[in-house]
Structure formats: C-alpha cells, structure tokens
Design a protein around this ligand. Sequence first.
Ligand SMILES: [Cu+2]
Length: 218
Amino acid sequence: MTQDAGSQGELVDERKINPAEPPARSLGRPAPQSSDKENGMLVRQNVWELGGDWADPILWYARAVGALRPKPLNDRTSWRFWAGMHGYHQGLWEFYGYKAPAEQVPAQADFDEFWQQCQHGSWYFLPWHRGYLIGFEKLIRSTVVTLGGPPDWTLPYWNYFKPGQDGLPPAFGSPDWPDGTGNNPLFIEQRWGPGDPSQPGKVFVPLDAGCRWRPPRA
Ligand SMILES: [Cu+2]
C-alpha cells in the first residue's frame, strides 16, 4: 500500500496513541554553558558507541520490546499496531507469522486513521518518519519506565554510513539475551528470510512490503 505525500491529508494526533504520556516538556534551547543532559534534554546516542553490545539503552529497549510484542494487534500501544501504522500487508504478515489468519485487525476507524500511513518517494518522507519515530520512542520510553527503567531513555540511532558501523547491531542478531538465555525479543528470525545462503548475515527485506517507493506520476 502506498500513499502520495500530501494527498493523504491525515494528521495523526500523537496524544491519541500515547495517552499515558505526561505533558511535553519545554523545548526551549539549553543554556550554552550547560550540557544537554544537565538541562533535562533527551539525547539520542549512537548504537555502535554505547560501550557494549548490550549496554543499558539496548537492554531496556529489548525489555520494552518484549513487553509490547505479545500485546493484541488492535491495541494502540502494541508492537504490531505500531508496525501497522507504518505499513501492513495481510498476506505477508500471515506468511511470516506476524499475524494469525483469525486474528482481528484494528477496528475500521482505527485502521483508517492510523494504519498504513508511511510516506515515501517525496519531500514528506523525512518529516513523516521523524514524527513516527518520536511517537515510537515515547511508547518505548513509557514502557521502559513501567518496567522500572530510566525515565530519560532514548532510542539509539544507527548511522550505517559511519565506517565499521554498517552491520546490524549485534544485540539484534543474537537469539539470546546477554546471559545466554534464549528468547531475545530483538532477534527476529524472519529478518534473514530465504536470502542468499552464502551471506547468512545479510538481512532480508521483502520488497513487496506494505510500504514501498512508487515513482511519481508522469
Ligand atoms: Cu516508511
């Protein structure tokens, strides 16, 4: 499913998605003599420079993902509801086991308002994904806090253009938690797909996914 940027005309009110989120803090600029952190500004960190494959931000992220993944598909705070906001393809989701055939998708009103919103192929790509990530990060942060984690948790970023950092961060490629027990919620077996057997580490992304680039109309 693709959508032309601008023609959608739908604005997603993030408060409807994250109703438990406290009021937004002031976005005033930090005083120049103090660090962002001292000013209470949340700062995202490079996932490859956290000080370890399972540094605290990744560990809390994994715990939060583990809490959100089992939630019902039609729950606005579930992992899969947020995936569906980006893109949804019934056949692929059922083929890969992300959705059981009998499982209910969100009610029509939620489906129409929130799902399949991703914007590609135009100027709206960056603003849309930026907003989506802010909402996603808030959902994860509120889950981290519920689990007893730090209230200043932020979503690490992945700068895959930086030399030596183009690989999938190791915590996402291990079936195990750092203590060696299985069931690492960050490990998604389907990511490797049928792929190329000679490149077992190469992540596979189906091109016929729910959201893809469409060339502009002539
Ligand atoms: Cu997208």
